[in-house]
Design a protein around this ligand. Structure first.
Ligand code: GDP
Length: 368
């Protein structure tokens, strides 16, 4: 379904020019709050079935079929009647006096999971705004010493939550790396709960980069299945390895998969050293453990039978979100907010509290 909102003092007149209610009653005679079924008849005679809702004396909603064609036809008719087209993002910004609430409304449309939506809903209801306003109060306080240090702590806490905030609408990228045939694709399938990439008993099968989105503990995650990090023998494999390294560089987290059933090799050791901060997984734990000497610690999994996969999912989520926000906690979630908070924190540390308070107020309520 698509909704075209028409707003302003000529809203009802503009819609009634094209709208024919099934009841035959003119739109002007229909009480506000009423939902009316009918047809939208454009100048060229083309018709759309629509549901019109009178949201107020100057606000009319035209709900039509979701495909682009119907909405575009209605927009054309309305603009030819003098209406000005506006994106819903711009409308939300213009409609709200509270800039953070407006940004939260926009971000909520892109929240991939209920958990991220809950955090954004808290911000829509004022969690971040309140935190900023309270911090303004601290910066303007006469009891400078303690108040300033509490303001600094609060701003630093907000800045710390920026990574989480930016991922409320964009999934974290978790790259699964390791030598060919250690079970990377199988592990992704096990984490997803359904088969995604091609699993084939032949080293180097996963030459391309495949991605799959899922939620771990309610946090949105894009799992990236890379080509095996071996010394590729053909051009395709070499290209795959190069692409894998590119994805590794931009990963939020690397999961390094090692084969527990094979001997510990120099190549394994090299990968462990190269990806020292990666989450280590020793896969194929259903098979007998090969010579354990030299093998570092890590999570034992069987991608084939599911052992350890739940633990791995938990470890991934707690590596990505080590400290989850509590209900009602303030979390900045747009680049504008995060950049401003960092700049204000620097001002406070530079002993420029009055200007910091001014900028903070501007961020909270959109005025100076
Ligand atoms: P990749 O090249 O690292 O992506 O490895 P694959 O996921 O394609 O797996 C390579 C082979 O190892 C396939 O035959 C899988 O069935 C097998 N395999 C993967 N995980 C396990 C496991 O946990 N246990 C056993 N026994 N075999 C596995």
């Amino acid at each position: 379904m698509a909704t075209v909102l028409v707003e302003g003092d000529g809203a009802i007149k503009a819609v009634s020019r094209w709208f024919r209610a099934a009841s035959g009653k003119p739109l002007e005679k229909i009480a506000p709050g009423t939902i009316v079924f009918g047809r939208f008849v454009a100048e060229d005679g083309q018709e759309e079935e629509v549901v019109v809702c009178l949201r107020g004396p100057e606000r009319v909603e035209v709900n039509c079929h979701g495909g682009r064609a119907a909405a575009v036809r209605i927009l054309h008719a309305l603009t030819s009647a003098g209406c000005r087209e506006m994106s819903w993002h711009d409308w939300v910004r213009a409609d709200s006096l509270d800039p953070i609430a407006a940004e939260a409304r926009i971000a909520l449309a892109d929240a991939p999971t209920l958990r991220t939506a809950a955090v954004l809903l808290d911000q829509f209801r004022g969690a971040l705004r309140l935190e900023l306003e309270e911090t303004v109060g601290l910066l303007q306080s006469q009891h400078t010493g303690n108040a300033k240090s509490e303001a600094t702590d609060r701003l630093a806490r907000l800045s710390h939550r920026a990574t989480l905030g930016m991922h409320l609408t964009t999934p974290w990228r978790v790259v699964i790396a390791g030598r060919p045939n250690v079970g990377k694709s199988s592990l992704i399938n096990a984490l997803l709960g359904y088969p995604r990439s091609i699993v084939y008993d032949n080293p180097g099968t996963t030459r391309d980069v495949l991605t799959a989105r899922t939620a771990l503990d309610g946090w949105p995650v894009e799992l990236v299945d890379t080509a095996g990090l071996g010394e590729g023998s053909d051009a395709l494999e070499v290209a795959g390895v190069a692409l894998a390294r590119k994805h590794l560089a931009s990963a939020d987290l690397v999961v390094l998969v090692l084969d527990r059933s094979g001997p510990w090799s120099r190549e394994d050791q090299r990968l462990v050293e190269e990806f020292a901060s990666a989450l280590r997984v020793h896969n194929k734990c259903d098979l007998p453990l090969a010579e354990p000497a030299g093998r570092p610690d890590g999570i034992a999994t069987s991608a084939l039978h599911g052992e350890g996969v739940e633990l791995l999912a938990k470890r991934i989520s707690s590596a990505l979100v080590p400290c989850a926000p509590k209900p009602g906690d303030a979390v900045p979630f747009t680049r504008r907010q995060i950049d401003a908070i960092d700049a204000i924190l620097a001002l406070v540390r530079d002993e420029n509290s009055p200007y910091a308070a001014l900028r903070l107020r501007e961020l909270a309520v959109g005025e100076s």
